[in-house]
Design a protein around this ligand. Sequence first.
Ligand code: PLP
Length: 403
Amino acid sequence: EKMAVPHGRNFLMVPGPSHVPDRILRAMHRQSVDHRSLDFPKITHSVLKDLKEFFQTKEGTCFVFPATGTGAWESCLSNTLNQGDKIISVRMGQFSHLWIDMMHRFGLDVLELDVEWGDGLPYDQIAALLRNDTRHEIKAVAVVQNETTTGVYTNIPKVRQLLNQLNHPALLFVDGVSSIGSLEFKMDEWQVDVAVTGSQKGLSLPAGLGLVCARPKALALGMDKPKSSNLPSVFFSWKDMVDQNQLGYFPYTPSVPLLWGLREALDMFVVEEGIQNVWARHHRFAEGVRRAVAAWGLRPIANKPEEYSDTVTTVLCPEGIDAQKIVATAYQKYNLSLGGGLMKLRGRVFRIGTLGDINELIILGTLAGTEMAMRDVGMPIKLGSGVAAAAEYFQQTAIPTRG
Ligand code: PLP
């Protein structure tokens, strides 16, 4: 028997890692260089400068760690906090759950709030915790801007407003792994103290960089952390990084191909396209997917339209349908990678990512493949119904960078 040889490209429509543009692939195809050479500071300074625009900050200091989003989480917590510190966080899906798990393992005193998966932040409950904390024992509020499990997008300015209204000095930490570089994010305007992201989502790079931005109040904690702290930071130390970055170097061997890839990604999205246009593009793609989902008679698991994510749509399947079979069929029969349901949503949902090197026609192909896979598992979907709804939207609307 002959092996099936897939032709064309795999439709990688999971919400990260995302397709890497050919330009970025070529930029990364580089020989190693001496990272202590006289020339090396040029690349370091140039990416650190444009990352400020990427995070929408003038006041913040950016860090590039050879890590992933998980490492960036660790960097945020270990530079700013000590064991026993109180921190508020909300479990709304797998990623917020994993960050909370890290907080526990670091010995933080986590004031956990739980919401139904599909819901956004319980702003009133956060406000109540802060209001009762008259002695200001709560050191931080940590939220995920875009819960990749459910496709729920958080209103960060609203969290900042809660803190400011109560004059509460707690730091505001934002996980922007599946949002920064794709969805609206404004570090300075929203007074975010620490923001983290990874390279494999909106930046359209392979995984391997954990990006962090810290504004002065948070940065000072990392710079002055005593060696005797009961929550030390070593690999992720901001002080070690700042000391070397100022000179244009890193405290250890950086991933040179990824730095050149990052340079190219910043050229594409920050310098050439412009970050506001990047946000508009993601909205357009996700809205096309949502039109298709509605045409199928299905709905996103996100409960409030104002919280719909523009990087991932998590589609709720009807009772009696195993969503994992849709994901498996899409992959095996159509070479289409959809995201599966995570943790307690396994089997109940599938996820369509709309980030990375994709365009309208790739989305239409994705929707066609999804329709076929849903039919394959017995769902009464009319072929072309979702494709037509998305095509109608794409054809009838435009954004500045697309005609
Ligand atoms: N936070 C969010 C919102 C994510 O989507 C992910 C990964 O998908 C992570 C954190 C963890 O990032 P990584 O897998 O790069 O460590």
